[in-house]
Design a protein around this ligand. Structure first.
Ligand code: FES
Length: 116
């Protein structure tokens, strides 16, 4: 059912208001739908002034990337085994696993559109 609902929005961005308030080196989680029922949790990260969007699901062993200050001001953290990920590409920097899922994001007029 939820897959059918996502299908309706596929290719269309979801709007996140007020992303201009996300400070440099910070990460904030936003949710699209009920995460426990198949919705998505996305981590918005501000690095070098640019906004990036990562799925919070860690590709290692099922942990979740967390919001708050980014490690060294530029890396998303999964606290389960302290792996870190590059928000722009999803590449693991400290750790050994595949990439985190990244989503296309575009900021406009202080808000953001995220293609989930
Ligand atoms: S589950 Fe995320 S680092 Fe291990």
């Amino acid at each position: 059912m939820l897959d059918r609902l996502w299908g309706l929005f596929r290719g269309k961005p979801a709007l996140v208001r007020g992303t201009a308030r996300l400070a440099e080196g910070q990460a904030k989680q936003v949710e699209f739908g009920d995460v426990l029922a198949g919705g998505k949790a996305v981590l918005l990260c501000r690095v070098d002034g640019e906004l990036h969007a990562l799925d919070t699901r860690c590709p290692h062993e099922g942990g979740r990337l967390i919001e708050g200050p980014l490690v060294e001001g530029r890396l998303a953290l999964c606290p389960l085994h302290n792996y870190t990920f590059e928000p722009k590409t999803g590449r693991v920097v400290r750790g050994s696993c595949g990439k985190a899922t990244v989503y296309r994001v575009r900021e406009r007029d202080g808000d953001a559109e995220v293609w989930i």
